[in-house]
Design a protein. Structure first.
Length: 316
């Protein structure tokens, strides 16, 4: 879990003041394109959660996928999401804490790291994000929206079905949105409250229940967009920021099975599934990294992407 704290106004000022000219790499040929990309992050979904996400598992049959995507280290929500969305491993720049502050924004700007929503804005595409209040408290929504350069930001206090409902309503209300990020916090909540795994390394019932709830929410989103995916208009990516249950030495005050941060595969590896009409289904042979997710979204949309970002996932 992470939150934006009251330093956000200060960081916005720093961000604007320190905004160097962003160098964009030439747009490279990408074998698959889409007019709309939806990126779903299941907070706290371990790679071995995939068999317990039946909708997502079924999508692997028609997608490019892996159950061994490597997130950043430490495997924490904020560094992982910033890396996922910017295409850069922010931990290499000392961004290893789990709450937003002015320093993070400054470091990102100075080093040319921008969220994918900014790439969309530069390319005159509308973007949206739907997230839980845990990630973005209501009082800081405007500041977070400004920091991420996202056109529409919805933060709900409900669980996965409520978030999915909000996302679907937004898709229907604003068909001009071409980039959407949806964050489901349920599984991470369950892990921190009841443990990711028990003493015999089996997922806890609460964690499995949360996965099931999120999967049902993803099923409702899939039902909404399936025809558009089949038509080649929409592409869907489902992934996660980190796993959990092996947080030895994480210093969060929680038992290791109740937290995450480590290089153990239970914490460090997450699922990744990309479904697009022209992406030939296959299991990825090499372990891709979370930093490739944002650039993959950008490449699908044909957007210029800043220099020094990770390469998009190779689809052929
Ligand atoms: Zn997380």
């Amino acid at each position: 879990m992470a939150s934006f704290r009251s330093t956000i106004p200060a960081l916005i000022a720093v961000a604007i003041a320190g905004c160097a000219e962003l160098k964009m790499a030439p747009v490279t040929e990408y074998p698959v394109s889409a007019q709309r990309v939806i990126l779903i992050s299941i907070d706290g979904a371990r790679a071995d959660a995939l068999p317990h996400l039946p909708t997502v598992l079924a999508l692997t049959q028609r997608g490019v996928w892996t159950d061994a995507m490597q997130t950043v280290l430490p495997a924490l929500t904020l560094p992982a999401h910033l890396s996922m969305l910017s295409g850069r491993d922010v931990t290499e720049y000392g961004i290893t804490q789990n709450h937003m502050d002015a320093g993070i924004a400054a470091v990102m700007r100075i080093n040319g790291m921008t969220p994918m929503f900014a790439w969309a804005r530069a390319g005159h595409m509308r973007s949206a994000a739907v997230a839980g209040m845990s990630l973005i408290p209501a009082s800081q929504r405007a500041e977070a929206q400004s920091f991420f350069e996202v056109d529409t930001l919805l933060a709900t206090d409900g669980d996965a079905p409520a978030l999915a409902g909000a996302a679907i309503a937004l898709l229907r209300a604003d068909t001009s949105v071409q980039m959407m990020f949806i964050h489901f916090p349920d599984a991470d909540f369950a892990g921190h409250s009841y443990g990711w795994i028990d003493g015999t390394s089996v997922h806890t019932p609460a964690y499995r229940a949360a996965l099931s709830r999120v999967d049902g929410a993803i099923a409702s989103i899939w039902n909404e967009i399936a025809a558009s995916v089949d038509a080649g208009h929409t592409a869907l990516i489902v992934t996660a920021d980190h796993g959990g249950g092996h947080g030895v030495g994480c210093n969060t005050g929680e038992a290791p099975t109740f937290t995450h941060c480590s290089a153990h595969p239970g914490d460090h590896l997450v699922p990744f599934v990309l479904v697009a009409r022209d992406a030939a289904p296959r299991r990825l042979g090499i372990e891709p990294t979370t930093t490739q997710v944002g650039p993959t979204v950008g490449a699908l949309l044909g957007l210029p992407i800043p220099e020094r970002t990770a390469p998009p996932i190779a689809l052929r």
